[in-house]
Write a protein that binds this ligand. Structure first.
Ligand SMILES: [Zn+2]
Length: 122
């Protein structure tokens, strides 16, 4: 994999993110690498490029949250909402916040399981 670190275009990142969102069998929202990419690339450039302090055309926060939490969202809505999100600084920040929240709930769950497994260490 030679082109692992190449810089993707907005469209490529958007398409790959959308693919992931549409894939119901995929358990994680983004891979670690993609998350880094999103955080670095989007937070730095898109937030500057697509500021939307008045939140014009923003979808319901509940829907953004549902997507981040990988709940069932109607595919047409998903496409509409995500195509907005990638062009809206406020929604990207929301989405990343929710994704972080989602990861934390999962992590807490994992920790509990692990702790039970590691009883001998204590
Ligand atoms: Zn928005």
């Amino acid at each position: 994999m030679k082109n692992k670190k190449k810089h993707l275009s907005d469209d490529e990142i958007y398409e790959s993110a959308l693919e992931k969102l549409m894939d119901e069998n995929d358990d994680v929202l983004f891979t670690k690498e993609e998350e880094e990419l999103f955080r670095e690339y989007y937070l730095r450039s898109l937030v500057k490029r697509y500021p939307n302090p008045q939140r014009i055309g923003c979808p319901d926060a509940d829907i953004v949250r549902d997507i981040a939490f990988r709940r069932k969202v109607d595919p047409a809505t998903l496409r509409k909402v995500t195509s907005h999100i990638w062009k809206c600084a406020e929604c990207i920040l929301d989405m990343l916040g929710y994704a972080e929240e989602y990861k934390k709930t999962r992590k807490t769950r994992n920790k509990k399981t692990k702790r039970a497994d590691c009883n001998e260490e204590t």
